[in-house]
Write a protein that binds this ligand. Structure first.
Ligand code: DGL
Length: 264
């Protein structure tokens, strides 16, 4: 048993999709959320920059005495996870394996699609993991950089969304994937329109899978919080927290206290 909080970090507020699932699966756990809002987006930055930013995020979370870190950002998980696991002793969970493992279990045709930021797709993180597990599996990937601003503008339907869906997802109709991994923190908010665009495809929301993985690690490492009370969440950001609180509503469907602005 361990009453310290779980640390979650992301480039911004997209990681709240992961926090939401962790809170719902592990309601007794305390959580410290860190959003590096001053330096986002990570999705178009280089590996060395992502490693630097992600390392600084974990150093901040360690000051908050977290017992485990969830790298909610797909871009950080793709480019920095190996490095982070090498330098920190604390358990660190990324988001790639959880979503990819789910795809491996549900794709009957062994044709899987992956969408994410440019850096995630270029890193081939999903592809390498999936192909390592199943050599015969066909993986089709596509960077969808416009999805993040659409979500942040609160757009989830209408002509602009339809046009963007068609721009990015038509290719998956042609390649006949039967599973599509949402490889970016923001994409679960577009799950409905994506699912209705790709009718015969199972859409995989990694956030849910990551929450299950977090529970598994807590149980196996005997790190669960023993208390029988609801856990609390604290939020930290590196830029002004006003727009974070407003948008957080969209991601969490609940109002949160204004996050504290910190420097890393
Ligand atoms: N959090 C990022 C990800 O999951 C998306 C936003 C960004 O580019 O920073 O890849």
């Amino acid at each position: 048993m361990n009453s310290k909080p779980i640390g979650i970090f992301d480039s911004g507020l997209g990681g709240l999709t992961v926090l939401k699932e962790i809170k719902s699966l592990l309601p007794k756990e305390n959580i410290v959320y860190f959003g590096d809002t001053a330096r986002l987006p990570y999705g178009n930055k280089s590996k060395s920059t992502i490693i630097k930013f992600s390392t600084e995020s974990i150093l901040f979370l360690l000051k908050e005495r977290v017992k485990l870190v969830v790298v909610a950002c797909n871009t950080s998980s793709s480019l920095a996870l190996g490095h982070l696991k090498n330098i920190f002793k604390i358990p660190i969970i990324g988001v790639i394996e959880a979503g990819a493992d789910k795809a491996l279990t549900i794709s009957k045709k062994r044709r899987v699609g992956v969408i994410g930021t440019r850096s995630t797709i270029e890193s081939k993180s999903y592809q390498s993991y999936l192909r390592r597990k199943d050599k015969g599996l066909k993986v089709f990937s596509k960077a969808c950089p416009l999805f993040v601003p659409l979500v942040e503008e609160g757009l989830r339907n209408g002509p602009l969304v339809r046009k963007t869906l068609s721009l990015y997802l038509d290719t998956f109709k042609k390649s006949k994937v039967d599973a599509l991994i949402l490889g970016c923190t923001h994409y679960p908010l577009l799950k409905k329109p994506i699912a209705s665009f790709l009718k015969n495809t199972i859409i995989i929301d990694s956030a849910k899978e990551v929450a299950k993985k977090t529970r598994e690690v807590l149980i196996n490492s005997n790190l669960e919080r023993g208390a029988n009370r609801k856990g609390l969440a604290k939020y930290f950001v590196t830029d002004d927290g006003k727009s974070f609180s407003q948008l957080a509503n969209l991601f969490l469907k609940e109002t949160i206290n204004k996050p504290r602005r910190v420097n890393v």
